[in-house]
Design a protein around this ligand. Structure first.
Ligand SMILES: Nc1nc2c(ncn2[C@@H]2O[C@H](COP(=O)(O)OP(=O)(O)OP(=O)(O)O)[C@@H](O)[C@H]2O)c(=O)[nH]1
Ligand SMILES: [Mg+2]
Length: 482
């Protein structure tokens, strides 16, 4: 029997050597040693619903398999990736990310956008790699597995619930609802409820439904914080008691069996039965994270939506802050998420002349979110990306000026159109300051959005679908491990 060397874990820091380098050196030093542990990087991909997760992952994987459009990924540019292939994922009970179906949807003869996805899924992409460096060729190849985990950003925002009890949460949730026009009906229902009356299940359900309807309307209006996350994405928990509660105003001490007491019990059940398992089984195992944000959509929706997105970014960052929550810190067991990328998606709605401004707005939001979340931990970056580029750039003369436009096929009508989304300001504060001050509308500009359809593609061999900056995103997220 050859001796085996059980080595697990990540690349050794500081030496520039990866575990793989070590192992192949060790393997040459110890004859007969070949049972070696492969490296694994777990990449979390999240974002609120419709932020572009499915499109991003599908195109990223296609572009990692065929790397012709990935010059910004160093290992690809240096020709060190000798093979990339999909493999069965390690987690047997997590649904597989349906890469093939999504790719066929996006790049088939009649391309369309993929359907909405509502749960966690996972995909393993493996790389065979030639080591870097002058004498890299002398060392053996190594294997790195990239486990991509797609999960709804709504679930991440639920982390904040773990620190709260029902009373504190109720107060904050009611205040949020009262401040949003979409919350009017629910606020009235909560005020009319009789929290100390004995639980009446139909009344409880009606309140939970009113609360859910408000959250859905707030979500549609562009608000980011619409927790508890499973109220909007219930999956197989729909109708369960853990999802049948709502915030209620504080009264006197609630007697046993009262509506308020029961809602408090269900709130605790939501925390222990829904929130904790997600963080334990998925979140706590992530090494690198990308958070996708539809910043252009939020700008279009107005100041309140942009401000809410900034707050949500702070809450998301807070989830990654070491020591943020004792229970969670215990789960991480000393390790932590090393890199977090905030990516503004759908950048193909903008001429590249405006990409810098979009990135500056995102970066400014990130800086403020970092301050607010008191965040010092992982390396962070902000970038404007498009999973799938659906437009071409074009300058259009308009009232004597040249407008930087994009041209694409309109969703719905199928017509071609040139589109100018508005002039994003040079200085992000021109948007962020009024947003923070609670402005009702943008003063000096109007920002449009347009829905483009994916265009039919003819891909050359070795090329993935057209994208914007997926290579740079990949380099930041895991390029150092390739
Ligand atoms: N133009 C453009 N539109 C995009 C891009 N990515 C996503 N979209 C648009 O955004 C919509 C949502 O994208 P998805 O990838 O399905 O978003 P998701 O985050 O997976 O959404 P859920 O599964 O509903 O949470 C798509 O249907 C497109 O209309 C992109 O790169 N370019
Ligand atoms: Mg999806």
């Amino acid at each position: 029997m050859p001796p085996t060397l059980p080595i697990f874990g990540r690349a050794t820091e500081g030496t520039g050597l990866g575990i793989g380098d070590y192992l192949s050196d060790a393997a040459r030093a110890v004859p007969g040693l070949h049972l070696l542990a492969d490296e694994v990087v777990r990449l979390g991909v999240t974002g609120l619903s419709r932020s572009g997760k499915t499109v991003f992952i599908t195109s990223l994987v296609a572009n990692l398999l065929d790397r012709g459009r990935m010059p910004g990924l160093r290992a690809a540019a240096e020709g060190r990736i000798t093979a990339a292939f999909l493999q069965p994922q390690p987690d047997m009970t997590v649904p597989r990310f349906d890469y093939e179906a999504n790719l066929a949807t996006l790049t088939g003869p009649a391309p369309r956008w993929p359907d909405s996805t509502r749960a966690v899924s996972e995909l393993r992409l493996s790389f065979r790699l030639r080591p870097a460096g002058l004498f890299g060729g002398l060392r053996g190849e190594r294997t790195l597995h990239l486990d991509i985990v797609d999960y709804p950003g709504e679930w991440l925002l639920d982390l904040g619930l773990l620190d709260q009890d029902y009373d504190g949460w109720s107060e904050a949730a009611l205040a949020r609802a009262a401040a949003r026009p979409e919350g009017a009906a629910f606020t009235a229902a909560a005020r009319a409820a009789r929290p100390d009356a004995p639980l009446d299940e139909p009344a409880a359900q009606a309140l939970a439904q009113a609360f859910t309807a408000y959250l859905a309307a707030a979500r549609a209006a562009g608000y980011s914080d619409c927790t508890p996350g499973r109220f909007l994405l219930p999956g197989d928990l729909a109708g369960s008691p853990a999802l049948t509660f709502a915030p209620l105003p504080r009264g006197g001490p609630s007697p046993r069996g009262a509506l308020r007491r029961e809602f408090a019990r269900r709130f605790e059940a939501y925390k222990s039965g829904v929130v904790r398992p997600f963080f334990r089984d998925h979140f706590a195992r992530v090494d690198r994270q990308v958070v996708l944000l539809d910043v252009l959509g939020a700008i279009h929706d107005g100041p309140a939506a942009l401000e809410d997105m900034r707050r949500a970014m702070a809450d998301i960052l807070g989830a990654f802050r070491p020591g943020r929550n004792r229970w969670l810190t215990g789960l991480f067991g000393g390790r932590r998420v090393e890199r977090i990328l905030f990516a503004a998606t759908k950048a193909d709605h903008l001429h590249h002349e405006q990409h810098g401004r979009l990135t500056a707005i995102l970066a400014a939001m990130m800086r403020e979110a970092k301050d607010r979340a008191d965040f010092a931990g992982a390396a962070t970056a902000a970038m404007a990306v498009a999973g799938l580029r659906t437009t071409v750039e074009e300058k259009v003369r308009h009232r004597g000026a040249e407008l930087p436009c994009v041209r694409g096929t309109l969703l719905g009508t199928g017509r071609q159109a040139a589109f100018y989304p508005g002039d994003l300001p040079d200085d992000p504060a021109r948007l962020l300051a009024p947003a923070r001050a609670g402005a009702a509308a943008w003063l000096d500009a109007d920002y449009g959005v347009m829905h483009f359809a994916p265009a039919p593609l003819t891909l050359r061999p070795g090329e993935g679908p057209p994208h914007i900056r997926l290579d740079r995103a990949a380099q930041f997220l895991f390029g150092d491990r390739l």
